[in-house]
Design a protein around this ligand. Structure first.
Ligand code: ATP
Length: 364
């Protein structure tokens, strides 16, 4: 049955002070991470931030320079990949081309010495789970990319792994297939209760699929939190700008509950501004959905002009020139219709939802 996320045992999969150097290049600075049983945690970050390196160390393909990988309290670090009982899915096309879908899945079972009767039972369950019963006897070249990745997922789950490791499993797929399979992976992961580490550079994917997200930057953890934390309460300018669309503006602390934004006629009151000393350099972040527009020039708010408009389906994204800045505002279709390109508008900020951070180094 479905296991509730959050009920799992804590510290189930732990990376304890894991670091990795390649010569003088510190690909990972000591990383301490802890997944609870049944949790799906995503490593998110730009190319080169070290997420694949960390995943491969957990898998046992690479040895760490320092630190240990622990599973349920047991030190796995000396064990080779094959002895770690982890299932892996890679970016794409890792199926054996000369084996049918079901023989691909069966392969891992044979290797781990599961009986034929038990194998057959598991195959039935797995193909039902991934919804590909009709394609069991097809070869990989007779399957779509999305179907191949589902078979790869079934193969990874066949050994009933303690941990599932997914390295950009969706990035070779078309947009629609990608969204469907993302939801499928999450469903299967929940139904099987498999503790999962998922690597992606796609922030939307990370927010949608994860219990918690680890945002990585240059071999470090920039922030670890729930998708909501990461999006609403980014810990650093790097996180605010990497995750989601952020209107980021330079600002200065006034020493009280307001901040000054160059080019804005008056200081604005922002939650949390008091914690900064007068004159400190800040960044103000406003999510596009937090901006409100009204036609004309109002007393309360910033005067601007609509310079661009893009219909994105469920929302319409407007660019609004305010002084020297261009702000991005996401509006519902009917609200957006009221503000044609070229129109003068007043922007009101939901400053309760705004977020101020100290500008400067990403890792204070
Ligand atoms: P990508 O999404 O591009 O794969 P990533 O976040 O997964 O990026 P890693 O592949 O883990 O990043 O790489 C982290 C750093 O380690 C990079 O600076 C990379 O150049 C370096 N690196 C990775 N593998 C090796 C290696 N075998 N030898 C030397 N340097 C390496």
């Amino acid at each position: 049955g479905t296991r509730e996320q959050g009920s799992g045992e804590p510290n189930y999969l732990v990376t304890e002070h894991i670091s990795k150097s390649y010569g003088s290049n510190m690909a990972l600075t000591p990383i301490d991470l802890s997944l609870q049983k049944g949790e799906l945690v995503t490593l998110l970050g730009p190319s080169g931030c070290g997420k694949t390196t960390l995943l491969r160390i957990v898998a046992g393909f690479n040895a760490p320079t320092t630190g240990r990988v622990l599973l349920a309290g047991r030190d796995l670090t000396p064990l080779p990949a094959a002895k770690r009982q982890m299932g892996m899915v890679f970016q794409a096309y890792s199926l054996f081309p000369n084996l049918t879908a079901q023989d691909n899945v069966r392969f891992g079972l044979k290797v781990s010495g599961v009986s034929v009767a038990e194998s057959d039972k598991r195959l039935n369950t797995l193909f039902a789970l991934i919804g590909l019963e009709e394609a069991r006897t097809r070869y990989p070249h007779q399957l779509s990319g999305g179907q191949q990745q589902r078979v790869a997922l079934a193969r990874a789950l066949a050994i009933e792994p303690q941990v599932l490791l997914l390295d950009e499993p969706l990035s070779a797929l078309d947009a629609q297939v990608r969204l469907n399979l993302r939801d499928e992976i999450r469903r299967v992961q929940r139904e099987t209760g498999t503790t999962t580490l998922f690597v992606t550079h796609d922030q939307e994917e990370a927010l949608a699929i994860s219990d918690r997200v680890v945002v990585m930057d240059k071999g470090r953890i920039a922030q670890l939190g729930t998708p909501e934390d990461i999006y609403r309460r980014p810990a650093t300018p790097f996180v605010a700008e990497f995750v989601g669309t952020a209107n980021g503006l330079d600002a200065a602390a006034t020493g009280d509950d307001q901040i000054e934004v160059p080019g804005w006629s008056a200081p604005v009151r922002v939650e949390g501004a008091r914690r900064f000393a007068r004159g400190e350099r800040l960044r103000l972040y406003l999510r596009p959905e937090e901006l409100r527009l009204s036609a004309g020039t109002g007393a309360d708010g910033l005067s601007g002009r609509v310079t661009d408009k893009r219909f994105l389906g469920s929302i319409t994204r407007l660019s609004v020139r305010v002084g020297e800045h261009t702000l991005v505002a996401d509006l519902q279709g009917n609200e957006a219709a009221a503000h044609p390109v070229g129109e003068a508008v007043t922007v009101t900020l939901s400053l309760l939802a705004a977020h101020v951070l100290r500008a400067g180094p990403a890792h204070p």
